[in-house]
Design a protein around this ligand. Structure first.
Ligand SMILES: Nc1ncnc2c1ncn2[C@@H]1O[C@H](COP(=O)(O)OP(=O)(O)OP(=O)(O)O)[C@@H](O)[C@H]1O
Length: 483
């Protein structure tokens, strides 16, 4: 997939819209605006290929000004200012400053806050943590906020989850492709009939709690992924390759360094308010309930792969959790009545009988040989993730799966639940303890004396109570994204 070239000079909005985005009309403002909006623009100048500034100055800002000019009124307040993040981690400060400002303002002005973000997933992650988590690490919702995303990062998982490149409506190589969220907002937000459209979606969010021996508990919000095992370790190693390999290839190199490792530990799936966790069954292509609905369900390692995903993909065409996609018939609902969920994608090598035999029978050498031999499977699954997410339907051949499950043992397990806990078997080896939260890698810690409780990661999908997309009875303080 090749990204479109960023214009080197400001566009003529009318000609550009006619040529590249004819299905988006910015002439909706003849109707009385439903609610005026105040735009804040946050830009990470260092993310991805450092195109954020050019994307905004040459396309985003001209489109916003054109929309303001067409409306002839003040539905969209933006004076031309852009908040740039100044250093690594600075997005959190920008979000925090915004939260403090909104808290101190009178809430009766009736404006909707709209936040345009030019950056990658890391920038969105930092901003939301500053915006929604208070000093005690508790979620504190101040005002409704609408996000408009302009992908200026490397992976841009959240953006491409909302605008899947394989969907006919969102061709990825058109000059308009980084602006689908902005165009959706500009063409619909001012019109009473269109603002209640399903294009303003509740943002998927999860609250992660890291309980670590000898360190304070850490709480972080995620919008993309909470992972451990291969994914967390490859993210850890990829960071060291950022300077030499600025593009996506650094993730592939880092994956090779970790593919033959297995991670021991227990995955505890929470039984939620709306029922037990479920597992995807490739035979029926449907979810099957796990457990009795009262107790949590424990899944024991070793794991070769273990991610909790809120979105369908981690790169434009790397579809790890296809049932999260808005295009999937198994997509989670966005209604306020449904509990928020997270999908877990796991590979447990010992479900494969030949691997199990080799690992159990040959001592240390046998286990090493089993791990080496299983690497081919990992690449097979990875290839299917890049091929639209076919891995979820892959089963082992007759005689190669779990006992009593002839021909039905899936290579990959997909669970859906309202929350989960990861309790690794921690050792002095750092990689046994790493977790990745939206790209940021954390150490769950290790107490060699064995006196402290082991480090754990607890992940809770956050609901959007009262946030039925587009209804009138919306609760204050919800985050939605224009799609
Ligand atoms: N002015 C700056 N100078 C250096 N780093 C910055 C600056 N502003 C923000 N950052 C950092 O840039 C990092 C990368 O941002 P981000 O994650 O959005 O982009 P990315 O990694 O290229 O894309 P993606 O997360 O979509 O793969 C973040 O860790 C952020 O803290």
């Amino acid at each position: 997939m090749s990204a479109p070239e960023t214009p080197s000079a400001p566009i003529d909005p009318e000609a550009w819209l006619a040529a590249y985005a004819p299905s988006y009309s910015l002439h909706q403002h003849k109707e009385a605006p439903i609610q005026s909006c105040r735009l804040s623009v946050v830009l990470n100048p260092a993310s991805g290929a450092k195109q954020g500034r050019a994307l905004w100055d040459n396309v985003g800002a001209p489109l916003v000004r054109f929309s303001q000019q067409l409306a002839g009124g003040d539905w969209l307040e933006w004076a031309g200012d852009v908040l740039e993040t100044r250093a690594a981690g600075d997005g959190e400060r920008v979000g925090r400053d915004m939260r403090q400002r909104w808290k101190s303002e009178s809430s009766s002005d009736g404006r909707r806050e709209v936040l345009v973000v030019l950056g990658g997933d890391g920038t969105v992650h930092e901003l939301l943590n500053g915006l929604l988590l208070n000093e005690e690490g508790r979620v504190e919702r101040t005002k409704d906020v609408d996000l408009v995303l302009i992908p200026a990062g490397t992976a841009n998982a959240l953006y491409f989850h909302l605008f899947p490149p394989e969907a006919a409506a969102y061709p990825p190589s058109l000059p308009a492709s980084p602006f689908y969220s902005l165009l959706s907002f500009l063409s619909r937000a001012a019109s009473p009939s269109l603002a209640a459209s399903p294009h303003r979606l509740p943002l998927p969010l999860a609250l992660n709690t890291l309980s670590r021996p000898s360190l304070p508990t850490l709480r972080t919000l995620t919008t993309v992924v909470s992972s451990t095992a291969l994914h967390a370790c490859l993210l850890h190693d990829a960071e060291a390759l950022r300077a030499s390999h600025p593009g996506l290839e650094r993730f592939k190199l880092a994956a090779q360094q970790n593919a033959s490792t297995w991670w021991s530990g227990t995955l505890r799936l929470r039984s939620g308010s709306q029922g037990p966790p479920s597992v995807y069954d490739p035979a029926s292509r449907a979810w099957r309930a796990l457990g009795n609905g009262k107790n949590d369900v424990e899944i024991h390692g070793p794991f070769a792969y273990l991610v909790g995903a809120l979105v369908s993909r981690f790169e434009p065409s790397f579809v790890v959790a296809p049932f999260r996609s808005p295009l999937s018939p198994l997509a989670p609902g966005t209604s306020a009545h449904e509990a928020a969920t997270i999908d877990i994608v796991a590979i447990r090598p010992l479900r494969h009988a030949p691997t199990r035999r080799r690992a159990n029978e040959g001592g240390e050498d046998g286990e090493r040989a089993a791990r080496e031999a299983f690497v081919g499977r990992i690449w097979g699954v990875t290839g299917e993730m890049y091929d639209g997410g076919k891995h979820v339907d892959e089963v082992y051949d007759e005689g190669e799966g779990e006992e009593g499950e002839e021909g039905r043992t899936s290579v990959v397990e997909v669970f859906r639940c309202e929350g989960f806990e990861w309790i690794p078997t921690a050792t002095e080896n750092l990689k046994t303890r790493l977790v990745c939260l939206d790209g940021a890698v954390h150490d769950l810690g290790y107490d060699a004396t064995g006196a402290a409780l082991p480090g754990t990661l607890t992940v809770e999908a956050l609901g959007t109570a009262g946030a039925d997309a587009g209804t009138e009875q919306e609760q204050e303080g919800q985050v939605r994204v224009w799609a």
